[in-house]
Design a binder for this molecule. Structure first.
Ligand SMILES: *Cc1c(COP(=O)(O)O)cnc(C)c1O
Length: 495
C-alpha cells in the first residue's frame, strides 16, 4: 500500500515515510488509491479485543510495518494508560449509544491516535533515519498539546515543544500542559491567539536557516497534527469496535447499518468513519455535527465551502475551526482521484476563501454524510436535558453531536461519539447544569460538578491540583523559533 499526495501522483512513499513526513512536499495530504481495493472481514472480528482489532486494521493500511512492529506499537499504546480494558467502551444513552473516546491519559479522544503515533514514528525513525532525533512542534488550542506531550514525552530521542495561546485555554487544560514531566519537553505560552501560534509554527517548519542549525545537533522537526496518516488510521479502529460491540451485545445483527454522529472540527475523526465504511464496515450515515463555526455543515447542505465568515469563540473550542484540513482527503476520493481538481479547489480556497463542488460530487457527498449544528445555547440546553433524563453528563463537544443526532431520527441504530470528559470543561458544563454556580477556578468547578452529578472526576485531572508547575516560559510570537532551538539543544546532546 503506497501513499501519494492528494495534489499529484508523481512520487509514492511507504506509510513509514508518510508518517515521518506528515504532509506531502507539495502541501497535499497523503492518501492511498488502494483504499477502495482493501476489505476487512469484520464479521470474523466479533470476539476480538480492541488490541486484536487494532492490529488487523493497522496491518491493512500500514503494511510496511512488520507484524512484530505493529504488535509492539499496539501494546505500548493501548494498555493500562487507558482506564478501561475496552479502551473505547460503548454505553447506552436513552434510545441511542455513546462511544466513549475519553478514557485515555488526557481525557480527550485525541489520545486514541496520539498514544500510538509516537510509537509509529519511533519505529519509522529506526528504519529510515536511525541517527537523528525528532522534535515534535505543535501549536494547540488546548487538547492536542497535552495529548502530544503525553504521547511523545516518554519516547527516546524524541522531544516535544508545545505552544498554547496565553490566557485562551481552560484552567485545567493549561495545568495539564505546564505540569508535564519529561526530559525533552518544552511548553510555552504565546502572547497571541491560536492562529498566531499556528501560523508561526508553519513558518518554523519552512525556515531553512533554522533547519540547518538543527541539523548540527542531528535534530529534525516533525508534526503531530491531525493530517498525519498515522493519526487517521488508528481512529478507524473504534468505529469497528463500537459496531462489533453492538453485535456482540445483541443490539444489532451483523450487516445492519449503524449511523455515527461526530462532533467535527478538522474532519479527521469523521473521515476515519468513512474509511471504516470503505473497508466494509456496515456504516449508514455519518452525521457531521458542527458548532457555530459551521463551515462543513454549510458545505454539505449547499455544496460550497466558504470560510469567509467571522470566527466564533464557543464553549466547544476544539471545534472552533474554519479550515478543516482533512476534508481534502475526501475531495480526492469523491473526485475519483482527480489531483488537478483537488489542487484547483485548494488554490481557490487560499486565494478567495471558497470553492464550489460540481453537482455530481455534491450528490456523492450527501450520499454518505448528513449534517447539523448546535449553538452554545443549544449545547447548554442539551447538557442539562441529557442529565435530567439519563443522569449522564456530556462534555460540550459531545453535546453538540448529541443535539444534532436528535435532529436526525433514523431507522438505524445511532451512535454518538463522546470526544472529551466533561471534567475537562468543568466550568462550562457546571454552568449548563446550574447557571447560579460561581466556581472560583477550574478545581472548584470540578468539585461542584462531582457533587451535583454524583460522578467522579478522572484522577489525572484532580491530581493536577498538587502537581508541580514545570513550565513557565512566556514568549512573543517571534521568539517561538528560539524556544524550538533551545529544546533541540537538550535533545541533540542527550544520548
Ligand atoms: C479535536 C476535537 C474534536 C474535533 O475532531 P476533528 O478530528 O478535528 O474533527 C472534537 N471534540 C474534541 C473534544 C476534540 O478535542
Amino acid at each position: 500500500m503506497l501513499y501519494h499526495s492528494t495534489r499529484s501522483k508523481q512520487s509514492f512513499v511507504t506509510s513509514k515515510q508518510a508518517i515521518l513526513e506528515g504532509i506531502a512536499p507539495d502541501g497535499g495530504l497523503f492518501v492511498s488509491d488502494e483504499l477502495f481495493n482493501t476489505q476487512l472481514d469484520f464479521a470474523s472480528c466479533i470476539s476480538d479485543t480492541y488490541q486484536e482489532l487494532a492490529l488487523k486494521v493497522l496491518s491493512l493500511l500500514l503494511d510496511d510495518f512488520s507484524h512484530d512492529e505493529l504488535c509492539a506499537c499496539v501494546e505500548a499504546a493501548y494498555g493500562s494508560n487507558f482506564d478501561t480494558p475496552q479502551i473505547t467502551p460503548v454505553t447506552k444513552l436513552g434510545n441511542s449509544w455513546l462511544l466513549e473516546l475519553f478514557h485515555g491519559p488526557t481525557c480527550a479522544f485525541k489520545d486514541v491516535a496520539l498514544q500510538i503515533l509516537p510509537q509509529f514514528m519511533n519505529v519509522a525513525k529506526q528504519t529510515l533515519a536511525p541517527h537523528t532525533d525528532i522534535e515534535i512542534v505543535c501549536a494547540t488550542s488546548g487538547d492536542t498539546g497535552k495529548a502530544a506531550l503525553a504521547g511523545f514525552s516518554t519516547i527516546p530521542h524524541m522531544g516535544v515543544c508545545v505552544f498554547y495561546p496565553q490566557g485562551k485555554v481552560s484552567d485545567i487544560q493549561r495545568l495539564q500542559m505546564v505540569t508535564q514531566t519529561g526530559e525533552y519537553v518544552c511548553v510555552a505560552a504565546v502572547k497571541g491567539n491560536f492562529d498566531d501560534a499556528q501560523r508561526e509554527v508553519k513558518n518554523i517548519f519552512a525556515n531553512r536557516a533554522l533547519e540547518a542549525q538543527l541539523k548540527d545537533t542531528h535534530v529534525v522537526l516533525s508534526s503531530a497534527n491531525s493530517i498525519n496518516v498515522g493519526r487517521l488510521v488508528p481512529q478507524i479502529v473504534y468505529y469497528a469496535y463500537a459496531y462489533l460491540t453492538l453485535v456482540k451485545d445483541g443490539v444489532i445483527s451483523f450487516g445492519a447499518p449503524v449511523d455515527f454522529c461526530v462532533p467535527t472540527g478538522n474532519f479527521g475523526d469523521v473521515l476515519a468513519g468513512w474509511y471504516a465504511k470503505q473497508l466494509g464496515l456496515p456504516v449508514g450515515k455519518l452525521i457531521v455535527a458542527s458548532n457555530s463555526n459551521k463551515v462543513l455543515c454549510d458545505l454539505i447542505k449547499t455544496g460550497t465551502y466558504d470560510k469567509n465568515r467571522a470566527f466564533v469563540k464557543t464553549i466547544s473550542p476544539s471545534m472552533d475551526i474554519l479550515v478543516s484540513s482533512n476534508f481534502e482527503r475526501l475531495l480526492y476520493y469523491l473526485s475519483d482521484g482527480d489531483t488537478s481538481f483537488v489542487t484547483e479547489c485548494m488554490n481557490e480556497l487560499s486565494t478567495s476563501g471558497s470553492y464550489a463542488l460540481p453537482l455530481e460530487l455534491h450528490e456523492r457527498l450527501k450520499a454518505d454524510f448528513s449534517c447539523g449544528y448546535a449553538t452554545d445555547d443549544d449545547t447548554q440546553k442539551d447538557i442539562a436535558a441529557t442529565f435530567e433524563t439519563t443522569g449522564k453528563v456530556l462534555d460540550p463537544h459531545t453535546a453538540v453531536a448529541h443535539f444534532v443526532m436528535q435532529q436526525h431520527p433514523s431507522q438505524n441504530v445511532q451512535v454518538c461519539l463522546a470526544t472529551a470528559s466533561p471534567y475537562k470543561f468543568a466550568a462550562d458544563v457546571l454552568h449548563a447544569l446550574d447557571p447560579t454556580a460561581t466556581p472560583q477556578n477550574g478545581f472548584d468547578a470540578i468539585c461542584e460538578l462531582q457533587k451535583l452529578s454524583h460522578t467522579t472526576a478522572p484522577q489525572q485531572l484532580t491530581s493536577l491540583k498538587d502537581a508541580l508547575v514545570l513550565h513557565t516560559r512566556v514568549c512573543e510570537v517571534h521568539d517561538m523559533a528560539q524556544a524550538v532551538l533551545d529544546c533541540a539543544k537538550t535533545l541533540g546532546t542527550g544520548e
